[in-house]
Design a protein around this ligand. Structure first.
Ligand SMILES: Cc1cc2nc3c(=O)[nH]c(=O)nc-3n(C[C@H](O)[C@H](O)[C@H](O)COP(=O)(O)OP(=O)(O)OC[C@H]3O[C@@H](n4cnc5c(N)ncnc54)[C@H](O)[C@@H]3O)c2cc1C
Length: 369
């Protein structure tokens, strides 16, 4: 049988984009279906944009391994080869008590276990922190410094990956929502709908399911029920560029094991300051990008705790996104469907998915081969 495409990728977030880039480099004939009118309009837009050093994920989890590998691929090739805004910005995990300082020391050890090198991690005293970031809350007792982190513009990164895939002959179908998937004797028939209710079908040999929060629905269409996902929405306030000088060149974190993962004040690549995110579980899938007034009040509190002189009245934008969490494993799901080896699920891609994206693309290509 001849197929329209070797591979159809569902979803043009950063993960679908990274996979399309890698597969086209390997000469696969690829199509990407995205229901939105532009790429990276869901989780890949509403995130902190940090390429994490790799000290935080639980050792032994797939997301810990792929975080490290992914970060190294950014350093070795993506920052050099792709055209998107990025900056090297060190991370400081601030401890506000002796108890939190013990967690900082645990994070240091965890980082080494995950493969972060000794010269990329350092436990700092309060004095050392205040010297490099004088506006930080003076009530801190110390911090973990990681010198292997970066900030990126995740939307322009996604676009840049898609551009390279298109150069290598991928086809991008925006405004194409996958509404059914049929397993054929060999391969698949995929039907899509556009906003003006046009329906169109294509065949392919392999499917890569990178549909973010809708990955379980896509898998269910071929009778695969290997995983369940839940939502965890995070909201942010973005401060005007006039506030940029409030931090030098660090992402300021609260201790993740105590305050929830990824709570930050961070410089953005375009000169704004990002404050957030919150973490609200089980929001409706069509409300993953909603902003609530209560959450904005909570973000104000986070910001002022990290930097008491932060002027939250200079908020010029708010944004949000939701982490898709695999309920079964709390880890990435990157595997063929148990009932069809030609259908590869790339699901539960919570944080550090952006950091891990290059390594996820390599792993999927390996699975396909
Ligand atoms: C608050 C927050 C902070 C984060 N911070 C970081 C961070 O600092 N560093 C980090 O490494 N990671 C971070 N992450 C995680 C990172 O953002 C995600 O891992 C990554 O964006 C996931 O990308 P994705 O392509 O899998 O999902 P998405 O970006 O959601 O892409 C899935 C795409 O599939 C499309 N789609 C869905 N259903 C269909 C359908 N039926 N037909 C066609 N298309 C469909 C959607 O429209 C969407 O574009 C954070 C996440 C959140 C929410």
């Amino acid at each position: 049988m001849t197929f329209d495409f070797d591979v159809i990728i569902i979803g043009a977030g950063v993960i679908g984009a990274a996979i399309s880039d890698e597969l086209t480099k390997n000469k696969y004939k690829v199509a990407i279906f995205e229901k939105n009118l532009r790429v990276a309009q869901e989780t890949s837009e509403g995130n902190s944009g940090i390429i994490h050093g790799g000290f935080d994920p639980t050792p032994g989890k797939l997301n810990a391994t792929l975080n490290l590998q992914g970060r190294k691929i950014y350093e070795k090739s993506w920052f050099k080869e792709l055209n998107f805004p990025w900056a090297k910005v060190d991370s400081l995990v601030l401890a506000f008590s002796k108890e939190e300082m013990l967690e900082v020391e645990k994070l240091y050890k965890r980082g080494l276990t995950n493969g972060v090198s000794e010269n990329e991690l350092k436990v700092l005293t309060k004095e050392q922190v205040m010297k490099c970031e004088p506006n930080v809350n003076p009530n801190i007792v110390g911090a973990l410094l990681c010198t292997a982190s970066y900030v990126v513009d995740p939307v322009l990164l996604t676009q840049s990956l898609i551009n390279r895939a298109l150069k290598h002959k991928a086809q991008l179908f925006l405004n194409h929502e996958v509404i059914s998937i049929e397993s054929l004797t060999s391969g698949f028939k995929i039907s899509c709908r556009t906003t003006n209710n046009k329906e169109i079908s294509f065949t392919c040999q392999y499917v890569i399911n990178a549909a973010g929060h809708y990955a379980a629905e896509m898998a269910n269409m071929i009778g695969c029920h290997d995983f369940t996902l839940k939502t965890r929405r995070g909201q942010y306030c973005i401060l005007e560029k006039t506030e940029r000088n409030i931090i030098n060149n660090h992402v300021l974190f609260m201790v993740p094991t105590i305050h929830g993962k990824g709570v930050i004040v961070a410089p953005m690549t375009d000169g704004h300051i990002l404050v957030g995110p919150t973490a609200i579980d089980n929001v409706a899938k069509n409300e993953t990008r909603i902003i609530t007034v209560d959450d904005i009040k909570y973000i104000d509190k986070i910001g002022l705790r990290l930097i008491p002189s932060l002027n939250m009245n200079k908020t010029c934008k708010v944004t949000s996104g939701s982490r898709p969490i695999c309920v079964n494993t709390d880890d990435f799901v990157i595997a063929s469907a148990s009932n069809n080896k030609n259908f590869i699920n790339v699901a539960g891609i919570k944080s550090p998915g952006l950091s891990a994206a290059p390594a996820i693309a390599l792993l999927v290509t390996k699975l396909l081969k």
